[in-house]
Design a protein around this ligand. Structure first.
Ligand code: BGC
Length: 442
């Protein structure tokens, strides 16, 4: 496979995020976010993103790398509390200037900036008022998006509203594993509904404020298979699929939540206000598919409502990554097929995909063959999808530099560039070298 085989205008990019990369967590006027709170509590022992990869200081060198790798686009997110330290109200001019600098630098070196408005780092001040569970977030988010699009909209044309709503709502407001550590349906349902409303609301604001905007939002997805052919397991797999892969895209397409597949979730209607059905829909120019692993599902009495559980990858004798998740490149193809079946979906970008390992620096080098293998295979499946007439317009690698992997800390390394977190010294991994030569021949 050669990069030349991809369509001429296919976009190759890389994605990073504010909390996982920026650092400068309490300087230059930035207010605290829920992730600052999460990682700086004494009980959390996996480090913090206080410095992360210090993108705040290193952004020029990092964007230079994006260019040197022959990539076209650089996707990063804005930290809401760097711009509005208290979530709403007063604006932090230094924060606003920082993103102007990042955008200008990318444009200067010929890299297209792609901006994500929300990649999980909610201002703590808003969480203190209930965060995503409080319907006022529609107004807070509107103010934030309106400001960002009016401020950067002449220079940035591609806007992504939310990064993976099911991840930050599911892990943060249902399982309690991510910030802000809330649990249960009483948090999940209102938070999910407000996030789904903000997803479309954000789209409408961008369309209003930015001329010639390319507007998308991203969805996490996992390829879900049943443990075996027994009907109970097949049904369990369907329910997990509805929750993980359909829950946020379907309302955006005007299809409502997939509650027919998981009847217990129809309690979400309790949080509806008149007109919400229509407000949930927005005509996105593209969707971002973010794929990492496969899931095997089985029937289980727990948790209630879902009545389904995952069979852990380590019990299945399959290839796993540093987070014990199954590495299954073909799943990307399956998910592209699944998302492409919706008639309302226009363009599709793979806005994130990648693999984590516990890479070690040996003699100044990182021999991450398994990562190269993952990219080779998923690139091949992307090409196959294009050949089969799916509208796949780009592939963004997760991620540029090993960064702070949320509740997992810095152990799982996803970068194509190795980071020494003590010195911030970057070393291109073998996968980075491979990508560079793959893209050079376009
Ligand atoms: C998220 C990233 C995360 C990556 C790897 C995606 O779900 O958008 O922030 O680091 O997965 O786990």
């Amino acid at each position: 496979m050669k990069s030349k085989q991809f369509p001429k205008h296919f976009k190759w990019g890389v994605t990073i995020s504010s909390y996982q990369n920026e650092g400068a967590y309490n300087t230059h006027g930035k207010g605290p976010s829920i992730w600052d709170t999460f990682t700086n509590r004494p009980a959390f022992k996996k480090g913090t993103g206080n410095t992360a990869t210090d993108f705040y200081t290193n952004y020029k060198a990092d964007i230079d790398q994006v260019k040197a790798l022959h990539l076209d686009c650089f996707r990063f997110s804005l930290s809401w509390s760097r711009i509005f330290p208290q979530g709403t109200g007063e604006i932090n001019p230094e924060g606003v200037a920082f993103y102007h600098d990042v955008i200008n630098y990318a444009l200067d070196v010929g890299i297209e900036p792609w901006v994500t408005l929300y990649h999980w780092d909610l201002p703590q001040a808003l969480q203190d008022l209930g965060g995503w569970t409080n319907r006022d977030i529609l107004t807070w988010f509107e103010t934030y998006v309106d400001f960002c699009t009016k401020t950067y909209g002449l220079k940035v044309k591609t806007w992504i509203i939310l990064n993976e709503p099911m991840s930050f709502i599911g892990l943060g407001y249902f399982m309690g594993m991510h910030a802000p550590r809330k649990k249960g349906l009483k948090n999940f349902l209102p938070a999910a509904h407000n996030a789904a409303l903000c997803q479309s609301l954000g789209g409408r604001i961008v369309r209003q404020n930015v001329e010639h905007a390319n507007i998308g939002t991203t969805f996490s997805c996992s390829y879900v298979r049943p443990l075996n052919r027994r009907v109970m397991h097949k049904n369990a797999a369907q329910r997990i699929d509805a929750l993980l892969n359909r829950f946020f895209i379907e309302p955006s397409l005007g299809l409502g939540y997939p509650t027919a597949a998981i009847p217990g979730l129809n309690r979400i209607e309790k949080y509806y206000q008149p007109g919400d059905e229509d407000l949930l829909a927005f005509d996105f120019d593209f969707i971002g598919v973010q794929y990492y692993f496969k899931i095997v599902a089985k029937f289980s009495l727990l948790p209630p409502i879902l009545f389904a559980a995952e069979v852990p990858a380590e019990k299945r004798d399959v290839k796993t990554n540093a987070m014990n998740l199954e590495i299954y490149p073909k799943g990307l193809y399956k998910m592209l097929e699944q998302f492409n079946q919706y008639s309302g979906v226009k363009d599709i970008y793979i806005t994130e995909s990648g693999q984590c390992f516990e890479d070690e620096l040996i003699d100044g080098k990182i021999q991450d063959k398994a990562r190269i293998n993952y990219f080779k295979k998923t690139f091949k499946y992307t090409l196959k999808a294009i050949e089969n007439k799916m509208p796949i317009k780009g592939y963004f690698i997760w991620t540029l530099i090993d960064n702070f992997e949320w509740a997992e800390g810095t152990k799982p390394r996803f970068g194509i560039i190795y980071n020494d977190f003590k010195t911030q010294k970057r070393t291109l991994k073998k996968s980075g070298l491979w990508l560079k030569s793959f893209l050079r021949k376009r």
